[in-house]
Each structure stands twice: as structure tokens, then as C-alpha cells.
Design a protein around this ligand. Structure first.
Ligand SMILES: Cc1cc2nc3c(=O)[nH]c(=O)nc-3n(C[C@H](O)[C@H](O)[C@H](O)COP(=O)(O)OP(=O)(O)OC[C@H]3O[C@@H](n4cnc5c(N)ncnc54)[C@H](O)[C@@H]3O)c2cc1C
Length: 312
């Protein structure tokens, strides 16, 4: 560099730009954040083994609950039940069973819920579910029409703890963002105690959603759903279907890593860690992880958030 070249702006930025806290992450009130982990019920013995490796790896992080999804249209009813009851029997974890009302009568859904209560399951993630691909959603003629009705129905059965879904980018079928927020309020007013969000990558979108929820009089926790992305192409396809937008910077981050899984995982860890730290810096101290039945990314991000295995 010669004396004639213009000064590089680094020093000016350092003096005037925003500061972010360095690692390790700051803990609110000295406490690590509260975590929950989501799994899907396995289809094969090999996937079952993978799930249990994942559960055993994450269990020492003492999540406040772990949830097990319900396949589209209730297709995994038996497998969800088997996974949830095995978690109850073989671990100290608190399981939450996802339950959808699409394609089933109230009596059928109620019977599944009663079965959970009798098995000792006390937490349900209550959802409407989706129509099969290519079809529009239509409620079952004798069914719960929407998740808010399901929440009320569950409450009539037993004093379940109930979580519901929230959509920072608005549910794709909602008439408007305001109507979707009204719907969230109805679900909470019907007896749900928290909302878990659809995953998102743009932190501002989530924080603006919290502002709107607060303005609508919602005071229940709205826990951010975090999807650590390791397969970008797959995540992009999935996101298009569920209404999550992919910011250009995220696509750019993964560009050129298609044939390099190891680098992709490192990039994935950094992207998700940055997202949770940004949320944490904004006061968020509860996180729900979509683990996809793989422990390592979730474990690493939890570690970065300040969570350590509970003493044995
Ligand atoms: C955390 C989380 C977990 C999930 N787990 C599962 C799972 O395990 N299995 C599964 O199949 N799917 C799951 N899903 C996906 C979910 O089933 C779909 O997103 C589904 O399309 C909506 O479910 P909901 O419970 O949000 O529905 P609802 O809250 O009933 O809302 C669905 C739509 O209907 C609208 N609406 C609600 N009430 C009315 C009304 N009275 N009149 C007109 N419109 C109305 C809402 O605005 C929204 O657009 C999950 C989603 C999330 C965020």
C-alpha cells in the first residue's frame, strides 16, 4: 500500500459501527436458555436406531420437553404413539405428542388424545394438519375444523399442557396476516400455553411478529422454531412448501458447497449459531429445535447458547 491510497474504512467502522458481544454468548440472568427438541417418528429399524442415538446424545442437555411429530394426515399415529411412550418409559425426558385433526372425526382424535393421557403423556402440540399434496384443506364432516377447536376439545378431555403453531411469515392459506394473528390468539385463548413458530431465517421477521403479537394482546411465549440447515437444496424445497422465505444471503452462504458435505455442515453450524445468538441478543431465551433426528448441529448450537450437559 502506498501513502497515496485512500484510508481503508475499518478504523472508522470500528469507532462508529454497532458492537456485538463476543463468544461465549451472554446468559440472561445467568441462566442458559430453555430448549425443546423436535423429532419425527422413524419408519424403519435403521431410522429408529438413528433417532435413539440422537435422543441419547441430546438428553443430557435437559430440554424442558421433546416433541414427536404426527405424519401428514395422521399417517404416523401408531409410530408417534410408540415413540412418545418409549421416551416416557426409557428416559427422564418429558415428551409432547403432536396431534392433528385433518381427515379424522372428533371421536377418533379424542380417542387418540385419551390414549395419550392414559399412557401418562401430559403435553400435546395441537395442529390442524394439511390436506394431501395438490388438494385444498377441507375439514372432516364430523371433525375439528381448525386447531383452535382441537385445543378446546383437548381441554375438555384432560388438563393437558398444549402448544400450538405460529407463523412469523403468516400461514400460507391465511386470508391476511391480521386474520392469522387473530387465529393464534384464539388458539391461546382456547387453552394453549405457548406457541412454537414455523422455522424462519430472517430474524427481523420474527421480531416484528413478536411486536405484532404483543400489540394484539398476546402474552404467551412465542418460541422460535430453529431449523439448522445442512442440506440447503432440500431446505429450499421444503421452505417453498411451508411458506418460509429463503433470504438471498443464506443462498449465497451455501453456494458452491453442494459437493462438499463437510464444509456445508460447518457453514450450517455458523449460520444457525449466528441466528440464535442474534435472537439471544434480542432477549429471546427459549428455543425449539427441528432436529431432523440428528443431534450434532443442534448440540453444537445449544452449546454455543451456553447450555451444558446436566451433572449426572
Ligand atoms: C411447530 C409446528 C409443528 C408442526 N407439526 C406438525 C405435525 O406434527 N404434523 C403435521 O401434519 N403438521 C405439522 N405442522 C404443520 C401444520 O399442520 C400446518 O402448518 C397446517 O397447515 C396448519 O396447522 P395449524 O395448527 O397452524 O392450523 P390452524 O391454526 O387451524 O390454521 C390453519 C389456517 O386456517 C386459518 N384459520 C384458522 N381458523 C380459521 C377460521 N375460523 N376461519 C378461516 N380461517 C381460519 C389460519 O389463519 C391458517 O391459515 C406443524 C407446524 C408447526 C409450526
Amino acid at each position: 500500500m502506498t501513502h497515496a491510497s485512500p484510508a481503508r474504512p475499518t478504523l472508522a467502522r470500528w469507532l462508529t459501527g454497532p458492537r456485538v458481544a463476543g463468544l461465549p454468548a451472554k446468559l440472561h440472568d445467568g441462566e442458559p436458555p430453555l430448549l425443546s427438541f423436535e423429532f419425527f417418528p422413524p419408519r424403519t429399524e435403521a431410522l429408529e436406531a438413528q433417532l435413539w442415538t440422537c435422543i441419547r446424545r441430546l438428553a443430557p442437555l435437559a430440554p424442558r420437553f421433546v416433541s414427536v411429530t404426527y405424519g401428514a394426515g395422521g399417517t404416523t399415529q401408531a409410530r408417534t404413539h410408540a415413540t412418545v411412550t418409549r421416551i416416557l418409559a426409557e428416559t427422564a425426558l418429558t415428551p409432547a405428542a403432536h396431534l392433528t385433526c385433518v381427515g379424522a372425526s372428533r371421536a377418533e382424535v379424542d380417542a387418540v388424545a385419551r390414549g395419550y393421557w392414559e399412557a401418562g403423556v401430559r403435553h400435546i402440540v395441537a395442529l390442524r394438519g394439511d390436506a394431501p399434496p395438490g388438494q385444498d384443506y377441507a375439514p372432516h364432516p364430523q371433525g375439528y375444523r381448525f386447531a383452535a377447536e382441537l385445543v378446546a376439545g383437548l381441554h375438555a378431555i384432560a388438563p393437558f399442557e398444549i402448544s400450538v403453531a405460529a407463523y412469523p411469515e403468516t400461514h400460507p392459506a391465511a386470508i391476511s396476516a391480521a386474520a392469522d394473528l387473530d387465529n393464534l390468539k384464539r388458539k391461546l385463548d382456547a387453552g394453549a400455553s405457548r406457541a412454537i413458530t414455523q422455522y424462519f431465517f430472517d430474524t427481523d421477521t420474527y421480531l416484528r411478529f413478536l411486536d405484532r403479537a404483543l400489540a394484539a394482546g398476546i402474552e404467551a411465549p412465542i418460541v422460535p422454531g430453529i431449523m439448522p440447515v445442512s442440506n440447503f437444496a432440500q431446505a429450499a424445497r421444503f421452505s417453498a412448501a411451508c411458506g418460509t422465505s429463503i433470504p438471498a444471503w443464506l443462498a449465497r452462504l451455501f453456494e458452491g458447497t453442494e459437493d462438499d458435505p463437510e464444509i456445508r455442515r460447518m457453514v450450517a453450524a455458523v449460520a444457525a449459531a449466528e441466528q440464535v445468538r442474534l435472537l439471544q441478543a434480542n432477549g429471546v431465551d427459549e428455543f425449539h429445535f427441528y432436529t431432523l433426528n440428528r443431534a450434532d448441529l443442534t448440540y453444537a448450537i445449544a452449546h454455543i447458547l451456553g447450555v451444558r450437559p446436566a451433572a449426572a
